[in-house]
Structure formats: structure tokens, C-alpha cells
Write a protein that binds this ligand. Structure first.
Ligand code: FES
Ligand code: FES
Length: 168
């Protein structure tokens, strides 16, 4: 038995102490917001927070988290300013990476409420998005931080079709 503090609540779990947090969240506690991507700490899909710092929950055993305040995507509740900005900026595509992206962004804004562009890039660099939503994530974080909204990302104009050859 291991006792953890998750989203402000004390929970006792039966998983072995060397079980990574992600498995406990998803399989034992039914908290499926944190996603399994690479499983080796490289993609960020499983990001949760421990004492406000992003961790890769796929790679951190619960035995080292017994005194930490663990925060997961479920804690944001749906109306967190980041989630509102995410929706407004149409950020998610397939959505698979997005809970991890949001948790890294939440950790950033909690410690740095007015991040610079470079701060955002540094804080988000460990979260991979195969759909390429990086620009929209950046814009949504700025908006949630209170910066004016930027113009939405638009596709470049389609090339014109070549003119038909004149008929003779
Ligand atoms: S699933 Fe944890 S970092 Fe990829
Ligand atoms: S939205 Fe598809 S992987 Fe990021």
C-alpha cells in the first residue's frame, strides 16, 4: 500500500511501489486524462505535476512521490483560463498530447504569470505534438496570461491554376 496526495486528496493505492504514477492514475484510479505516449519520458503526453513541477508520470515510480502534492489534468476542471484559451484558439487536433501540454503550461503560468516568448518555448520544449499545434499552443498560453490575442493561424492561399493555352 502506498499513500499519495493527488489533486488535494489523500489516496491509498495497492500498486507496487515501483509502479510508475501513470499506471496508478489510469489503471487503479481510473484517471485517464494523462496519456501514455512513448512510455520512456520523451514525449510529455503523460505530464503531471509534483509540487508544481512537471514530471513524466510514465517514468516516475510512486515510491518517490509519497510526500509530493501531485496534480493531474483532472484538477483543471474544464474552465481553467488555459482550457478556455485552448478552446478559443482551436488548439487540439487529434488531442492526444494536449493534457500533457496543458499541465506543462499550467506549471509555467503558476510560476511565471507573464512569460516571454522564450519562457514559453523553454517550458513547452519537452512536450511533443505530432499534429504540429505548437503555434496555437503558444498563442493560447499568451492569451491565458493576459496578453492580447494574436491573429489566428491561417493557411497560405492556394496556388492559382495555370492558364489554359490559347486555342488557335
Ligand atoms: S508517455 Fe511519458 S513522456 Fe511519453
Ligand atoms: S494534437 Fe495530436 S498529437 Fe498533439
Amino acid at each position: 500500500m502506498t499513500t499519495l496526495n493527488i489533486n488535494g486528496k489523500s489516496v491509498t493505492v495497492t500498486a507496487a511501489p515501483d509502479t510508475p504514477l501513470l499506471w496508478v492514475l489510469r489503471d487503479e484510479l481510473g484517471m485517464t486524462g494523462s496519456k501514455y505516449g512513448c512510455g520512456v519520458g520523451q514525449c510529455g503526453a503523460c505530464t503531471a505535476l509534483a509540487d508544481g513541477q512537471p514530471i513524466r508520470s510514465c517514468s516516475v515510480p510512486i515510491s518517490v512521490l509519497t510526500s509530493a502534492q501531485i496534480t493531474t489534468i483532472e484538477s483543471l476542471g474544464g474552465n481553467h483560463p488555459l482550457q478556455v484559451a485552448w478552446v478559443k484558439n482551436d488548439v487540439p487536433q487529434c488531442g492526444y498530447c494536449q493534457s500533457g501540454q496543458l499541465m506543462s503550461a499550467a506549471a509555467l503560468l503558476a510560476s511565471n504569470p507573464k512569460p516571454s516568448d522564450a519562457d514559453i518555448d523553454a517550458a513547452m520544449s519537452g512536450n511533443i505534438c505530432r499534429c504540429g499545434t505548437y503555434q496555437r499552443i503558444h498563442a493560447a498560453i499568451k492569451e491565458a496570461a493576459g496578453f492580447p490575442a494574436v491573429a489566428p493561424v491561417t493557411a497560405p492561399p492556394a496556388p492559382r491554376a495555370p492558364r489554359a493555352a490559347p486555342q488557335v
